[in-house]
Design a protein around this ligand. Sequence first.
Ligand SMILES: [Zn+2]
Length: 387
Amino acid sequence: MAACVLLIAALGACRSTPSSPTVASLSATGKVRGPAKVRVRLAEVDGARELRVLGDAGDPVTFERAGEFVRRGDGRLARDFRLAPADSDGALTLAATPYPGELWIAARPSGGLRVENRVDLEQYVAGVVAGELALWSAEPAELEAQAVAARTYAVASLLGRGPGGFLWDDVRDQVYAGRHVPDASDGGRAAARRLERALGATRGLALFVGDDLLDARYHAACGGSTARTEDVFGAATGPGSPAVDCAPCARSERDRWEWTAPAADLARAAGALDLGERLESLVPERVDAAGRWLSVRLHGPSRRRTVELTELRGLLDPERLASAGDLRTWPPPGRPITGGLHFSGRGRGHGVGLCQEGARGYARMGWDYERILSHYYPGATLETLGR
Ligand SMILES: [Zn+2]
């Protein structure tokens, strides 16, 4: 149990009520219950030596690492500090981002500080939709489909991780933008209303296969067809989704990309995989029905090794080696690599589950969010989480 330390007035009072459950659980009937609060680890400040938190009013309060403890600006030491806004609807601002709910600041075992935002599930989902999509131009059905997928992913992940489980606020889990604060323009206010309506329309809804939560993955753009969950993630956390066609992406040329991996990056990846000092050649090994590369056989001077394409993307540059869809290389597969390696492909992200680009296209064609979800997650049903 975290130490409860009185906060200074600027940040409101420390609440002495017991913590809300942060673990997704099963009811007596086996129905999945969502957690009342979600623990979100803030990546941008993870490991920072010092932090400044701004409350609803007043001066910022600083926190710094002091041995095994955290020292607050007024000199007080504690293992952790739990901060709540003075007004329960208020927000605490850290690194220019306002967060609903509480911030818990603790010493990180590997050095520096760590911060968790403990936030209501629905407020968390709103922050994910705002972080994942461009609210200004998003269609209502696109926002609603994203909200259901994000809620399902969060609860399924927390259920799988058990007590102490948390979600990262970046692509390791889902991009979470804290509280969305609209700008004062008409467009900004309209975007905020669309977000609020999408959350209201889908409140508590998640995707199930039988009694189990779906492993509801999603990605930016598939390039024309999505990938099967097992093909990309192997041991998935639950039932996944098959590969489906995606007409909006198939018609679009916008998500074609190319990138030349420099020789030095290839050498670094070869070293990390124990292949030797350079990458000599590469051949796709497993390829799905749509031509998506799933694994590649890599040859180096010391050894040969097969790795999943997701691992290779992570080792090189997952932003630039943007996807495995329609992937081509120069030199072509199997030919000696003498300098850099040129990649070209279609789509962005792992390609599994809901395609954000496609969901937008279908929403513009008049599909509602239920039809969009049943397209990308065939066989899944929409149900309200137990309470
Ligand atoms: Zn698509």
